[in-house]
Design a binder for this molecule. Structure first.
Ligand SMILES: [Ca+2]
Ligand SMILES: [Ca+2]
Ligand SMILES: [Ca+2]
Length: 380
C-alpha cells in the first residue's frame, strides 16, 4: 500500500513538474525604458496576453489544470527558503488568522470546511476578492472574479466583516479578528469612512494585489467609467491613477516600506503563473510601482542624487551637462512617455547636445551600475 502511494505521489510530482513553467526571463522586456502611466499600459498588455480565464471552482484546487493545484500551490503554510515562514503544517495560509510568530487560533485543511454558512471565526473559509466583486459586477465579472492574483482563501467570518470596505489604517477599531486584523474608523488624512486593516505581515501582499488589479484591468472594469468610486472607495474613477490620492499613497507605503516582496510571494507569483498564465509585475519588479505612480520620488530617494549634477536646469542652451562618477545611461522622455534621446555620459564626456529639443518639460532617467534616478528637465 505504501509502495502504491509512493508511486502515485511520484507520478503526480513528475506530471506537475512536466507541465509547470517559469515566468519567462524576457516577460517584461517590452516595457523597458518606459515610465509613468505608459509603463502601466504596457504592463497591462504584457499581463493580459496569455491570461487564461479559469473557472471559479478551480481556484480551490486547480481541478483539471495541468501543473496547478490553485490555492494549494499559492496559499499553503509551508516553509520557503528565504521567505517569511510560519507553522509549516500545509494548512491554508489565511491572512486573517495566521499569527506569524505564534500558534494560530484555527486552521483549515485544503478542501475541507469551505463555506458554507459561518457564524464565527474558524467555521469555514471561502474565496475573498481583495477588490470586491461589486466594483466590477456591472459589466463583466470575468476574468476578474477568478483571477488568482487578487482572489485569496480567507476565513468566511472575517471576509464578511471586511465586506467591501477599503483597506486602510484604523484609528479606532469596532471589530478585531483573532490575528488582530481590524475594522474601524479611518486614521488617514483624506478618508473618513470605515476601513479594514490587515496585519503588517500581509499589507504588502494585499497592496500588490490591488496594484496588479489596477494595471491588468485599467480599461476593462467598466466600459465608460473605469474604476467607479461609488463601488469601491479606493478608486477615483480614472484609468491612469485608478486610486484616490490617499489610497495610492497608502498602497505604495505598504508595498515599499511596511511589507516588501519576499521569496514566499515570488513563489506564489510563479504558482499563479502556472494557474492562469500571467504574472504580477509588482512582485517580479517592485520598482515598477513607484516608477508608475510616483516617478518624481525616485530622484529624492536615490543614493546617486548627490553624485549627479545636472546643469543648467532650466535651460535654453545648446548643451546639458550631467556630471557623474560612473558611466551612466541617460534617457530623456517627453510627458507622454516617449523616448526622445538616449546616450551614455561619463567623467570625461558629460555634455549632451540638446539643440533640437523644443520647449517644454521632460523627464530624465539616469541609470548606472549602482543606482537609478529620475529628474525633471525644463527646456525654455
Ligand atoms: Ca499557519
Ligand atoms: Ca502561526
Ligand atoms: Ca508579506
Amino acid at each position: 500500500m505504501k509502495f502504491f502511494y509512493s508511486v502515485s505521489f511520484l507520478l503526480i510530482t513528475v506530471q506537475s513538474l512536466l507541465s509547470q513553467s517559469d515566468i519567462p526571463s524576457d516577460y517584461y522586456d517590452s516595457a523597458n525604458g518606459l515610465i509613468g502611466y505608459p509603463l502601466k499600459t504596457q504592463l497591462k498588455n504584457i499581463i493580459s496576453n496569455g491570461h487564461i480565464t479559469r473557472d471559479y471552482g478551480q481556484l480551490y484546487d486547480g481541478d483539471g489544470i495541468a501543473g496547478s493545484r490553485g490555492f494549494i500551490d499559492t496559499h499553503s503554510d509551508l516553509n520557503i527558503s528565504g521567505g517569511a515562514n510560519y507553522d509549516n503544517d500545509g494548512t491554508v495560509l489565511d491572512f486573517y488568522s495566521e499569527r506569524p510568530y505564534a500558534i494560530d487560533p484555527y486552521n483549515y485543511t485544503h478542501g475541507n470546511n469551505q463555506c458554507g454558512n459561518q457564524s464565527s471565526e474558524g467555521d469555514c473559509y471561502n474565496r475573498e476578492h481583495l477588490v470586491p466583486q461589486s466594483a466590477y459586477d456591472d459589466v463583466a465579472d470575468l476574468p476578474m472574479k477568478t483571477d488568482i492574483h487578487h482572489v485569496i482563501p480567507s476565513d468566511g467570518r472575517v471576509n464578511n466583516f471586511r465586506g467591501s470596505y477599503p483597506f486602510g489604517i484604523v484609528a479606532v477599531a469596532n471589530w478585531t479578528s483573532l490575528n488582530n486584523s481590524k475594522r474601524g474608523s479611518s486614521g488617514m488624512a483624506g478618508y473618513s469612512g470605515i476601513v479594514f486593516e490587515p496585519i503588517d505581515e500581509f499589507k504588502g501582499d494585499i497592496a500588490r494585489a490591488l496594484l496588479y488589479f489596477a494595471t491588468r484591468y485599467e480599461t476593462t472594469v467598466f466600459e465608460s467609467n473605469a474604476f467607479d468610486n461609488t463601488n469601491f472607495a479606493m478608486f477615483n474613477g480614472t484609468s491612469d491613477q485608478v486610486f484616490t490620492d490617499w489610497a495610492i499613497e497608502l498602497l505604495l507605503e505598504w508595498h515599499n516600506t511596511v511589507d516588501p516582496v519576499d521569496e514566499r510571494e515570488r513563489e506564489r507569483n510563479e504558482a499563479a503563473w502556472d494557474f492562469q498564465g500571467n504574472a504580477n509585475p509588482f512582485v517580479s519588479h517592485p520598482e515598477f510601482a513607484t516608477m508608475i505612480w510616483d516617478p518624481e520620488a525616485l530622484s529624492t530617494t536615490n543614493t546617486i542624487q548627490q553624485e549627479i549634477k545636472l546643469h543648467p536646469n532650466p535651460t535654453k542652451g545648446e548643451s546639458l551637462f550631467v556630471e557623474v562618477q560612473l558611466p551612466t545611461v541617460v534617457e530623456l522622455f517627453d510627458l507622454t512617455g516617449h523616448s526622445i534621446l538616449k546616450t551614455t555620459v561619463n567623467q570625461n564626456h558629460s555634455s549632451i547636445d540638446i539643440r533640437n529639443l523644443s520647449s517644454g518639460i521632460y523627464i530624465l532617467y539616469l541609470q548606472n551600475a549602482q543606482a537609478k534616478s529620475t529628474r525633471k528637465l525644463v527646456r525654455l
